[in-house]
Design a binder for this molecule. Sequence first.
Ligand SMILES: CC(C)(COP(=O)(O)OP(=O)(O)OC[C@H]1O[C@@H](n2cnc3c(N)ncnc32)[C@H](O)[C@@H]1OP(=O)(O)O)[C@@H](O)C(=O)NCCC(=O)NCCS
Length: 166
Amino acid sequence: MRYRRASLEDVPQIEEMEEEYFAEEAFGRRQIRYLIQSPNTIALTACSNSKVLGYIMGLGRRGSSVVRIYTFCVRKDYRRKGIGTSLLHRLERECQVWFRPQADKASKGGVFSLILEVGESNFAALKFYKDNGFVEFSRIPGYYTDGTTAIRMRKIIALPISVDSR
Ligand SMILES: CC(C)(COP(=O)(O)OP(=O)(O)OC[C@H]1O[C@@H](n2cnc3c(N)ncnc32)[C@H](O)[C@@H]1OP(=O)(O)O)[C@@H](O)C(=O)NCCC(=O)NCCS
């Protein structure tokens, strides 16, 4: 298993997984390409040889302290093996590097937030996020195409205070 940044070569597999697992909410090829190439996106994959087993994409703006998890998926046959947790932890670590210069300016550790929306009937994902420290902060009725309510969740993460900034 290898974890790495997503590349344009991964687009067909990610597109296929989006269609299979998110149906009407799936991102299309153009959106996936845009996300992978955007400087505002952290897009990571879990791969075995050239097969994409999972991916996570977080979108943020430099200067802001919020990253939104846009899409996150592990192939069905590979779930409950810790791949999702590893992808999330890697995203969190990449975010720390991303937000570091901003925090250094303030000579503080600082904090940043990961936010996301999840369907209220997506019990597996809800359990996954709760177990990983996410907390509900609001709901959006009718958010999804089929009318399902979205639960908005947030995880606030402290940036470690670097030795240099003390
Ligand atoms: C959510 C998702 C990415 C998790 O990936 P994963 O690789 O299966 O996650 P992990 O193996 O790291 O699971 C970690 C923990 O989360 C919880 N969890 C994950 N899936 C669960 C399930 N189906 N039922 C109950 N708890 C679950 C468990 O506590 C699990 O630990 P355990 O296996 O030791 O009990 C995966 O289920 C998925 O791709 N779902 C479909 C797409 C989706 O809903 N994405 C999120 C959109 S908001």
